[in-house]
Design a protein around this ligand. Structure first.
Ligand code: TXA
Ligand code: MG
Length: 316
């Protein structure tokens, strides 16, 4: 078990001496290290058992501090930054040499985010270095949305978990980047495509790949429970697997009369569905069942991110 608390000064001491601290954000909890200290960043990769070809997101609290470690912020990026930061939103920018290659897995761009969670905002304000932080879960597993989730899996490996309550967005940040004048969405997430497009017009979605390590954000099988998860029409899946013990994850409360059945949102609210997704998947993964069956949610707004995570959780 790790120490869990709300002591920002203690978190600062640990991070400054090169240790790891789990931090709350509005999307998911992160496993943070001083982004400018390669030894500290190495601990992130070993603790998560994350392959070093998968780059990290760098978190800070102001555009001024970002200017210290990126070459430039293009006009479109600036428009989005002004609109959506602090928030569940990450931008790929050309890095300066001060960002260790380990953080970016040798890429020329660094992923940058200003998170909105007040505890982490206040921590970042007190630091004179940014924090490299992936989601605080073992590589490939479901991301944590509470301090308890972090403790359950990484508790014996980290010194301190800053407790900021349950993450209000519940899915990771939306990642965008720029290539040949085009704005690309590298990962769907807590900022909807519709809201991005209201500010900058049409954006393009990057396709997933399970085989291309040069686009690591695109790994298809990710965010996955240990149990096999099958996506489809729930009544059909109930019939198909009627001889097995099943857990059910539905969008609304349709199947609550059945055993081991959970839903994402009573009212059919997509934001609430996103907020509940990972904690529900953890609950289902720990039930005494053979399989989890689940359905997609309406594919707009945050529903797109929920469906993306469900599809990745189902991917082999
Ligand atoms: O909401 C979030 O984004 C959370 C919180 C803690 O900020 N963080 C998070 O980090 O989800 P992580 O490491 O689990 O996911 C970051 C993703 C990875 O898929 C990585 O491949 C991609 O960002 N990424 C990072 N830097 C990149 C780069 N320069 N080019 C392309 N993809 C990049
Ligand atoms: Mg992750």
């Amino acid at each position: 078990m790790a120490l869990i608390g709300t002591d920002i000064s203690f978190a600062k001491v640990l991070l400054t001496q090169g240790d790891l601290v789990a931090i709350p954000t509005e999307t998911v909890y992160g496993l943070a290290a001083n982004a400018f200290n390669p030894e500290a960043v190495t601990k992130v990769f070993t603790t998560k058992q994350r392959p070093t070809f998968d780059p990290l997101i760098v978190h800070t609290d102001s555009l001024g501090k970002i200017a210290d470690f990126v070459e430039e912020i293009p006009e479109t990026a600036m428009q989005l930054a002004k609109q959506f930061w602090p928030g569940p939103f990450t931008i790929l920018l050309k890095k300066k040499a001060i960002v260790p290659d380990l953080v970016t897995a040798g890429l020329e761009t660094v992923a940058v985010r200003i998170p909105r969670h007040p505890i982490t905002q206040s921590l970042l304000k007190q630091l004179d270095f940014p924090l490299a932080a992936p989601s605080a879960n073992p590589f490939g597993y479901i991301s944590p949305t509470t301090a308890q989730h972090v403790d359950d899996q990484l508790g014996d490996k980290i010194g301190y978990i800053l407790d900021g309550g349950a993450s209000t967005i519940g899915v990771e940040s939306t990642i965008i980047g720029f290539e040949e004048g085009q704005t690309l969405v590298y990962r769907l997430g807590g900022m909807s495509v519709e809201s991005l497009e209201e500010v900058i017009g049409k954006v393009k979605l990057m396709p997933h790949s399970s085989s291309n390590p040069s686009a690591p954000g695109m790994l298809k099988s990710h965010y996955a429970p240990k149990k096999s998860l099958i996506l489809g029409d729930i009544p059909m899946l109930l019939e198909k697997y009627k001889h097995e013990k099943l857990a059910i994850l539905s969008f609304q409360e349709t199947y609550t009369s059945l055993e081991n059945s959970h839903y994402l949102s009573l009212k059919g609210d997509l934001g609430e569905a996103a907020q509940n997704l990972f904690s529900k998947l953890r609950i289902l993964d720990n039930l005494p069942v053979d399989k989890i069956i689940a359905e997609l949610v309406p594919d707009h707004g945050l529903g797109k991110a929920v469906n993306d995570r469900l599809k990745r959780a189902a991917a082999k």
